[in-house]
Ligand binder design. Sequence first.
Ligand code: AMP
Ligand code: ZN
Length: 460
Amino acid sequence: MQFYNTLTRKKEIFLPINPKEVRMYSCGPTVYDYAHIGNLRAYVFTDILCRTLRYDGLKLKQIMNITDVGHLTSDADSGEDKMTKGLLREGKELTLKNMRELAEFYAESFKKDLHLLNVKMPSGMYFASDYIKEDVDLIKRLEEKGYTYKISDGIYFDISKMPDYGILRGGIAKREESKNRIAENPEKKNPEDFVLWKFDDKIGFDLELGKGFPGWHIECSAMSMHFLGEQFDIHTGGIDHISIHHTNEIAQSECATGKKPSVRFWMHNEHVDFGGVKMAKSDRNFFKLGSIVEKGIAPLAYRFWLLMAHYRTKMNFNYSALEGAETALKRLYGLYLGLGNDIGHVHKEYQNKFKEYIEDDLDTPRALTLLWDVVKDENMSDKDKKATILDFDKVLGLGFENIKEAKRISIPENILKLANEREQARKDKDFKKSDKLRDKINSMGYDIKDTPQGSKILKN
Ligand code: AMP
Ligand code: ZN
């Protein structure tokens, strides 16, 4: 198995530090707003990675944080606190309790999105605000080793104390570039010094470092170390995290422990753009998964669309491309359903090819082409095709297994007609009509549920 490692800027053979268990940390969402479909690419990518490792027979521990504290609107530690921004937007009083409630609301919505995209839940998903003690302990470790200094608005990390600071983004040359992008704080010793603990006398945590918040970067160092140890195998995130967030994580973790590298493989997904610009919550040029569902498009069509490109290729979102992906996916579902009920044997040659593609830095576009080859292969029996598709789907996660279950219930014609009318009403954004039709369907003993494969009719 080989993956592209951002740290070394090349594909490398992957071998876990401990052969018994791969340890992986994935930067989770900042929960001051809904996740957008760009964010969700980061988790579909990670899901494919996790499924590939498991497909290869490896045991995996994957930890994800939920950022509910400390992330400022600029990745470079300037601007306002994102959670505070969320509370103000929703007209809520600035208290730690309200902040937690806001976080829980958006974290729930995030989990629903993951479910709709068939993304398997990590082994553990934890709120950063439950790990403040771990942050403080790590800051103290850095303090003892002389890496920190205090100014009027917080405790900072002094990057000049770390000779290889910035290694993840390509070293010194790249450093000069990103320096210019960072807002000056005249009290900082170096422009790129970043905050470990930010003072805030309004709603901060009242602790020995002073009333305030941990910086955003420290949570990922502290939580990954707490759950996975001081050196682990893989760390994931979007490419926007390379130059600041992950660069600073490396600085904190490696300076505190003295162990290098803290992470063997740094893996990053490219962005989803819209109209040529990165989709971003803070710029509000984004689509939620819910908008796709409202248009009557199956959420898994979005997963399928993502898999059509390699995770390190930038993608430009538009609805006609997504609809094209949905048509192709439905065609695959239809062909799959036509294969009958029996499940035969996985075709070894195809399976070897599939492994070769997916284990070559998660080449999903080639894996999908192979899936079509299997479906169209005239020399294979239907039951072996079925077994092979289900085998590939352990990694692709396109929901073929559940298609079978949906077919078992036969839905009466009149209910199907009402369901189609409701679908059309939703497409036309006539939600009053669609709700009425749903009530009518309910009163006739059936219900409609939005699932990863699209809306499904169920018997009550
Ligand atoms: P955030 O909620 O902003 O902390 O981001 C959650 C994850 O989404 C991170 O791994 C980001 O790197 C990733 N991300 C943010 N914007 C995009 C985008 N437009 N396309 C792909 N990934 C993104
Ligand atoms: Zn992180």
